[in-house]
Design a protein around this ligand. Structure first.
Ligand SMILES: Nc1ncnc2c1ncn2[C@@H]1O[C@H](COP(=O)(O)OP(=O)(O)OP(=O)(O)O)[C@@H](O)[C@H]1O
Ligand SMILES: [Mg+2]
Length: 460
């Protein structure tokens, strides 16, 4: 691909020399003799890169750069500054120039630097495209579940994601907090920038501090070289602070400062660093209780809790189970090279009656195990862990059930068996039965409640 290069310089000789050099290198070249002409050429020629002199009549190089950015031109600017005017070079970089060359030009260096910036941009673009494609493929689609509870979570995520508000994600272990944190990043304008995760419970206070903020050489035993922290790595993107409920009081203070002022120092460092980072935090602790017990700073809690989402435990949204099971069956069948397609009669009932202390993670594990053990194309109750196979009084066949059963019991049997037949899709089950999805979900919730009541030891 031929790159287009615009040369903006008021000195004719300098332009000519550059033009013949770059043309020989195979670039398509256009010239302009001052900033105003340069601006016109930008619009018409749409150059990939601009070699731009700083001092020029009518409009100088820095102004041209500024106008170009305001007008949304994406061409890379390489400023040509007089030898020694380092302030101008710094100012140019601050305004978004890619590089600068000092005059008199070292012609050999010009093409090398040009190639380097063009290559770097290509990498960034490829990366963006890749992310874009992954995003299209995974946008919420890998978060399975159509329960009203989960839809309410999606709704908040969709509204909060495009902003830079800090989001606090609460919920028991295995409910999908990390998935939601990723979705927030992917749904935000920061999606092309890094999503960086830190598990705050996994490290000692000293190590976590250096992990977050980086350190200078020799700042503590073991700090061999200088190291960038996660806040720096996440610049422009999202930092996911997992298990935030576990950070020490000392670090809580430091975190509060970054959240408030967006600045910090590396451990052992004196330079104040500024970053543009969106923070998403998660915990399975009850943070309000932590605040009440003075283990978590209230001011930090409010900083984190600008927007909060709570992922309900799976036992409170059992209508997500059929879809999750279908999702995991597909995933693990493929992974383990099995031909499992669905559930044998009665299996869904066992899954719905269970309490799911480990939530979606546990469900995933149970299904994976069952897929691995399955002998045929359907998972049976025998493929489930023994603890889940308990007696199921309602697991009778419809023929023996109908005489003498209430209409409600028959409806239950019809709904559960139809769900099994359609691999857990509530919408397809609704079609088959001629009732609304809402009604199915409502009933599933009732069944779950009844099962919970039935399994609770009675008081009399
Ligand atoms: N709605 C969902 N759809 C599909 N997969 C899910 C869903 N929720 C959770 N999972 C899967 O369940 C597992 C646990 O989810 P995740 O790690 O996000 O939970 P968590 O809340 O962060 O748990 P912990 O508190 O233990 O860190 C992951 O493998 C995740 O992909
Ligand atoms: Mg997690």
């Amino acid at each position: 691909m031929t790159h287009r290069i615009l040369i903006v310089d008021d000195e004719r000789n300098a332009r000519d020399a550059l033009k013949s050099l770059l043309t020989d290198e195979g670039y398509e070249v256009r010239e302009a003799s001052d900033g105003e002409e340069g601006l016109e050429a930008l619009a018409e020629f749409r150059p990939d890169a601009v070699l731009c002199d700083v001092r020029m009549p009518k409009m100088d190089g820095l102004t041209l750069l500024k106008r170009a950015r305001e007008d949304g031109h994406e061409g890379l600017f390489l400023m040509m500054t007089a030898f020694g005017s380092i302030e101008t070079a710094v100012e140019a970089m601050r305004r978004g120039a890619e590089d600068y060359l000092t005059k008199p030009l070292d012609v050999g260096a010009v093409t090398a630097r040009l190639e380097k910036v063009l290559e770097k941009r290509q990498l960034v673009r490829d990366n963006q495209m890749l992310r874009e494609r992954i995003r299209e493929k995974y946008q919420f689609s890998h978060i399975v579940g159509d329960s009203p509870e989960l839809q309410a979570v999606f709704d908040v995520v969709k509204r909060a994601a495009p902003t830079r508000a800090t989001v606090l994600i609460l919920g028991e272990s295995g409910t999908g907090k990390e998935l939601i944190a990723q979705a927030i990043h992917e749904e935000s304008p920061r999606r092309a920038k890094p999503f960086v995760k830190v598990n705050c419970a996994a490290l000692s206070e000293t190590l976590l501090e250096s992990e977050l903020f980086g350190h200078e050489k020799g700042s503590f035993t073991g700090a061999v070289g200088r190291r960038e922290g996660r806040f720096e790595l996440a610049d422009g993107g999202t930092l996911f602070l997992d298990e935030i409920g576990d950070i020490s009081p000392g670090l809580q203070v430091k975190l509060l400062r970054v959240l408030q002022q967006r600045e910090f120092e590396r451990v052992g460092g004196t330079t104040t660093l500024k970053v543009d980072v969106r923070v998403v935090a998660a915990t399975n602790k009850d943070l309000t209780a932590e605040v009440k017990g003075s283990r978590f700073r209230e001011d930090l809690y409010y900083r984190l809790n600008v927007v909060s989402v709570t992922l309900p435990p799976l036992r409170k949204r059992k209508s997500d189970i059929p879809a999750l099971v279908a999702h995991f069956i597909e995933r693990y069948s493929e992974l383990h090279g099995k031909e499992v397609r669905g559930l044998a009669p009665g299996t869904l009932n066992a899954l719905l009656s269970y309490d799911w202390p480990g939530n979606v993670r546990e469900l995933g594990n149970v299904v994976e195990r069952a897929v691995v053990l399955a002998r045929g194309t359907e998972l049976t109750a025998d493929d489930l862990p023994p603890t889940m196979r308990g007696p199921r009084p309602r697991d009778r066949s419809p023929d023996t059930l109908i005489p003498g059963a209430t209409l409600y019991e028959i409806e239950r049997e019809a709904i559960l068996r139809t769900l099994e037949m359609v691999d857990g899709s509530t919408s397809r089950a609704a079609d088959v039965l001629g009732i609304s999805v809402r009604k199915i979900q409502y009933r599933l919730k009732e069944y779950a409640q009844q099962d919970a009541d039935a399994s609770r030891p009675s008081n009399n």
